[in-house]
Ligand binder design. Sequence first.
Ligand SMILES: Nc1ncnc2c1ncn2[C@@H]1O[C@H](COP(=O)(O)OP(=O)(O)OP(=O)(O)O)[C@@H](O)[C@H]1O
Ligand SMILES: [Mg+2]
Length: 325
Amino acid sequence: MLIMGIETSCDETAVAVVKDGKKIFSNVTVTQIPYHRRYGGVVPEIAARKHLEAINSVIEEAVFRADIDARHIEKIAVTVGPGLMSSLLVGITAARTMGIIYGKPVVGINHILAHLYANFLFHDLGPPYIGLVASGGHCDLIYSTSHNEFNVLASTRDDAPGETFDKIAKLVGRPYPGGAEIEKIAKSGNPDSFEVPFPKFKDNSNDFSFSGIKTFVKNRLKEISSDKIPDLMASFQKKIAEIFIDRILKAVEEKKCMRVLLAGGVMANSYIISHLEEECSRNSIQLFIPPPEFCTDNAAMVACRGFFGGGNLLVPQPDLKICKK
Ligand SMILES: Nc1ncnc2c1ncn2[C@@H]1O[C@H](COP(=O)(O)OP(=O)(O)OP(=O)(O)O)[C@@H](O)[C@H]1O
Ligand SMILES: [Mg+2]
């Protein structure tokens, strides 16, 4: 089945054409980062306006690169949330318009599940699995037993991991988005230099929390000389990896499930990935990760989720099916 994926939930206007959830015919992503950088984060009004300016040409480019006739697209999958409402509306409106013009069904896709499904583009696998999505706005540990059943085992109680990277990058004078910037600085640092606190809850929950770590880094930055910044960044990054593996191992134990899928922009971090790979291999856990460019927002993952199922059990979304008269 030939599916067009459309993604406009945040600061990337993305359209892809994917066959059978696997074969990527085209995958076009136009980033708005340069427009938001000067504000240190995404400005919703600017994001919606830039999506509106870009969406038609990104759709055209995706169809052109796929070398298909748009009439041959059998289904349109569009992100309906979570995300910036005004930005989502641009993608949803474009998808519905195409659905009406070509008489094709339009399905609403959950953005977090789409991130997870980036794995299905590259790996032959299926449920059950434990998925960890660590992105700019979310941190969710999910147990999936079928393409329509998702049980959220844990989430962040405050900041998301990507948000934490972005805020810390700002503190050390690096531009948005900060994840890759911190990774670069951390390369020359010693990850065992600082004892970054490990988040714990009184109720022993497996939830995540990153704001305490951010405050710890903020306070240390006031005390240390600039030559110690790489050590602090490396120690911070190591703690993030340790938190992820701690939560993964607990979920594996609880669900007796040895297959783990990683997703979301933070999983583009090569230090974190190699730490998780090492620990999972030590514990005989099968680990799957999309290539780094498919960890951040893209539309191929949306099309892939649209192939395996448009259901959304994380956040209820409106039914966007449009039927041909
Ligand atoms: N190498 C990296 N190391 C750590 N974090 C990274 C890296 N590359 C990107 N990120 C972070 O990933 C985030 C962007 O990822 P993603 O596109 O998945 O998030 P989002 O779409 O903005 O948020 P959400 O998916 O929660 O709506 C940013 O916070 C960015 O700093
Ligand atoms: Mg995202």
